[in-house]
Design a protein around this ligand. Structure first.
Ligand SMILES: C[S@@+](CC[C@H](N)C(=O)[O-])C[C@H]1O[C@@H](n2cnc3c(N)ncnc32)[C@H](O)[C@@H]1O
Length: 318
């Protein structure tokens, strides 16, 4: 095995320099912003409605050029950034989009040299970002229970880094059954039922380690948060979502774009307490609709110091 100290800083960053090479993926973008991912191959033609573009006209030339199709239409030819690659690569399972990947890398505090566990690997979009963040001196162990998806992830991740990333191990199987790592710094879960993995995650995480789940629906969100609370040895979970809106900026016409990246999923993070140490919990009122027969405390709509007065007249406010 190679000595990791021999790797230069940019080894396995997925960033290429120098002339475009046969076998590389590039993005061709037309004047309307439509993008096409193209794998450069000798003697191949990229066909457009306005004539073809010969791959050979790009191979051995510089990155970031304008190339014309035979019919005279201009295309911008660029090496893709990681964010471009992750949304255009072949998919098995749905991928995490760059807006959420960015949140995960920062808010789950993925750092160079970290030991990270991830499930499920799906198509490998998040895996790519995790590997880039931990670098060659870190470790990412990805679990994927579907063999066909694991294969897609393997191809996408090695395709991006131009070879097997030395910090990556992909395990085919269920995280709950196969996870036997310890001293894990961060665990990131993107799956249907992350609450089923809370005990296994707690066993694997170091004190202070970060648990992060990405869930699409409010019912999943509620279940994972309540499971973390019930476990006891996690700090109070934090839940949020991010919405991204581009702006149109042209002369005096400066306004929000008409479309935005709205809901994709919620993120939940919590820190692992030391083994045997319970996190202090704020006293909570039962959620509306959860009053038991023997409950005599304040109810929504009561006026009290800690109970906001109900406004409006929805059915749950009565
Ligand atoms: C939405 S996909 C993950 C996509 C991935 N994060 C990406 O960015 O490409 C969810 C994946 O989790 C896998 N999965 C669900 N539960 C799992 C478990 N307990 N252990 C391992 N993989 C699991 C599913 O097979 C599926 O491929």
């Amino acid at each position: 095995m190679a000595d990791l100290r021999d790797f230069p800083d940019q080894a396995f960053s997925g960033v290429h320099h120098g002339p475009l090479q046969a076998g590389e993926w590039i993005t061709l973008q037309d004047s309307k912003g439509r993008r096409h991912s193209v794998k450069l191959e000798r003697e191949k033609i990229f066909h457009t409605t306005k004539g073809g573009i010969a791959h050979d006209d790009l191979i051995d030339g510089p990155d970031a050029v304008v190339i014309k199709s035979k019919g005279g239409v201009e295309y911008l030819a660029l090496r893709p950034l990681m964010a471009d690659y992750s949304v255009s690569m072949p998919r098995g399972a749905a991928v995490i989009y760059p807006k959420d990947t960015a949140q995960i890398v920062t808010m789950a505090d993925i750092f160079p040299g970290a030991k990270v566990v991830e499930a499920g690997a799906g198509s490998g979009a998040l895996t790519t970002a995790l590997l880039r963040a931990v670098g060659v001196h870190g470790q990412v162990v990805s679990f994927e229970r579907r063999e066909d998806f694991a294969e897609v992830a393997r191809k996408n991740v090695t395709g991006f880094f131009g070879g097997e990333h030395p910090a990556w191990r992909l395990e085919v199987g269920d995280l709950v059954e196969k996870l036997n790592e310890t001293d894990v710094d961060r665990i990131v879960l993107d799956m249907l039922a992350p609450w089923e993995c809370v005990d296994a995650a707690a066993e694997a995480l170091s004190p202070g380690g970060v648990f992060c789940a990405y869930v699409a629906t409010t019912t999943q969100l509620s279940r994972v948060v309540e499971t973390l609370r019930a476990h006891g040895e996690f700090t109070e979970p934090r839940a949020w979502e991010s919405l991204v809106r581009d702006w149109h900026v042209e002369g005096l016409a400066v306004r929000p774009g008409h479309r935005m990246q709205g809901h994709t999923a919620f993120l939940v993070t919590a820190r692992r307490m030391a083994h045997g140490v319970q996190a202090p919990r704020k006293k909570r009122r039962p959620a509306p609709g959860a009053y038991g027969d023997d409950y005599t405390g304040p109810r929504r709509g009561d006026v009290g110091e800690d109970v906001p007065k109900a406004t409006g007249s929805s059915a749950t406010d009565t």
